[in-house]
Design a protein around this ligand. Structure first.
Ligand code: ASP
Length: 318
C-alpha cells in the first residue's frame, strides 16, 4: 500500500490568538483531530478516500464550533441554509446540494445525490424532497441554534438592512467585515490505492442574502477531485473563489502547466486570489499522498494525518 493522507479544514479568516479563549482553541483542535482520526481509521483499514472524507465531514458538521451542519451561521432571514459537495477523483463522479434546511449532515445528502440520482447538483426544496425519499436525517430548527452564531448575526443584521438599499458590493463588504471568521469545513484524502476525494460543507456567510450560494458546493470551485491531479476543498469569501474557478484552476495548473501540488495551490492562494481580494485558503492532496494547506488570511483551522507518521492540527499562521 502506498502513502495515504487525509487533510481537513474548519474555515479560514481573521482568526487571532488574542480573540480566542483556551477552551475555544481546544474545542476547535479537538474537532479537527476527531475528524482526522475518523477519516484516517478508514484509510488505515484499506477504505476509500471517498468514505474517509465523508466520515471526517460528518464529525465536523456535528461539532458546534464549525460553520456547517449544527453550527451553521444565520442568513439574513435568521435561518440556516446549508451547502455541501463531495467528489470522487477516481471517476469524476460528484454530488452537491445548496440552500437546504434542517438536514443534519448535508454531506450525506450530497453523497446520495451522487450515488442515487441522475444529477450532480440539487438545491432548496427539490433537494429536501430528495432527502426525504432517501431517508436522510433531519433536525428541527432548534438543533441549529447556537448563541454565539446568533449574536454574530444580530450584530450585523441592521447594517445589512442598510446595505440592501445600496450596491451589491456594499452588501458583500459589510458581510465580510462583520464576520471575518469563515468556518466552513472540508476534507481531502488520498487512499492507499492512490484514489483521491474531496468534500466541503458550509452554512455560508453570516447574514447572507436568502438564496445565496457560495463556492463550497460548486464542483470545480470550492470542491474538486481528480486522480490525475489533486483533491481540493476551499474556504474563504466565496464570491472571489467563484470568479477564480479556484479548485479547478489548481488542477489545471498541474495538468496543463506541470506545476507541483504545492506550487499550484500557492499560485492560486497567494497570487490569483489575492489580486481579486479573495480572502481564504484551501487544503489539497495529490495521488502520491503529498499535501498542501495554504491560506492568505490570519488563520485557518486545519489538520493533516498520513501513514508516514505526520499527525498535526493548527490554527494560526506559522
Ligand atoms: N466559502 C464559504 C462561502 O462563501 C464560506 C467559508 O469558507 O466559510 O459560503
Amino acid at each position: 500500500m502506498s502513502k495515504f493522507t487525509i487533510a481537513v479544514h474548519g474555515g479560514s479568516g481573521t482568526i487571532l490568538k488574542s480573540d480566542m479563549t483556551p477552551e475555544q482553541e481546544q474545542g476547535h483542535l479537538d474537532g479537527l483531530q476527531a475528524a482526522l482520526d475518523a477519516g484516517y481509521g478508514i484509510l488505515e483499514r484499506g477504505g476509500s478516500s471517498l468514505e474517509a472524507v465523508e466520515a471526517a465531514i460528518v464529525i465536523l458538521e456535528d461539532c458546534i464550533h464549525f460553520n456547517a451542519g449544527r453550527g451553521a451561521v444565520f442568513t439574513k432571514k435568521g435561518l440556516q441554509e446549508l451547502d455541501a459537495a463531495i467528489m470522487d477523483g477516481k471517476n469524476l463522479q460528484a454530488g452537491a446540494v445548496a440552500g437546504v434546511r434542517n438536514i443534519r449532515n448535508p454531506v450525506r445528502l450530497a453523497r446520495a445525490v451522487m450515488d442515487t440520482s441522475n444529477h450532480v447538483f440539487l438545491s432548496g426544496e427539490g433537494a429536501e424532497e430528495f432527502a426525504q425519499l432517501q431517508n436522510i436525517a433531519t433536525e428541527p430548527d432548534e438543533y441549529f441554534f447556537s448563541q454565539f452564531r446568533y449574536d454574530q448575526w444580530v450584530s450585523i443584521r441592521d447594517s445589512d438592512d442598510y446595505a440592501l438599499d445600496h450596491s451589491k458590493r456594499n452588501i458583500e463588504d459589510l458581510t465580510v467585515e462583520a464576520d471575518k471568521k469563515m468556518g466552513t469545513v472540508g476534507a481531502v484524502a488520498c487512499d492507499g490505492h492512490g484514489n483521491l476525494a474531496a468534500s466541503t460543507s458550509t452554512g455560508g456567510m453570516t447574514n447572507k442574502q436568502f438564496g445565496r450560494i457560495g463556492d463550497s458546493p460548486i464542483i470545480g470551485i470550492g470542491t474538486y477531485a481528480n486522480n490525475a491531479t489533486c483533491a481540493i476543498s476551499c474556504t474563504g469569501h466565496g464570491e472571489p473563489f467563484i470568479r477564480s474557478v479556484a479548485a479547478y484552476d489548481v488542477s489545471c495548473l498541474m495538468e496543463y502547466g506541470g506545476l507541483t501540488l504545492h506550487a499550484a495551490v500557492a499560485k492560486v492562494v497567494y497570487d490569483k486570489l489575492v489580486k481579486i481580494e479573495g480572502e481564504g485558503g484551501m487544503i489539497a492532496v495529490d495521488a502520491a499522498g503529498n499535501h498542501a494547506l495554504l491560506f492568505n488570511t490570519e488563520g485557518m483551522y486545519r489538520g493533516v494525518r498520513n501513514n508516514a507518521g505526520l499527525n498535526e492540527t493548527a490554527i494560526y499562521k506559522v
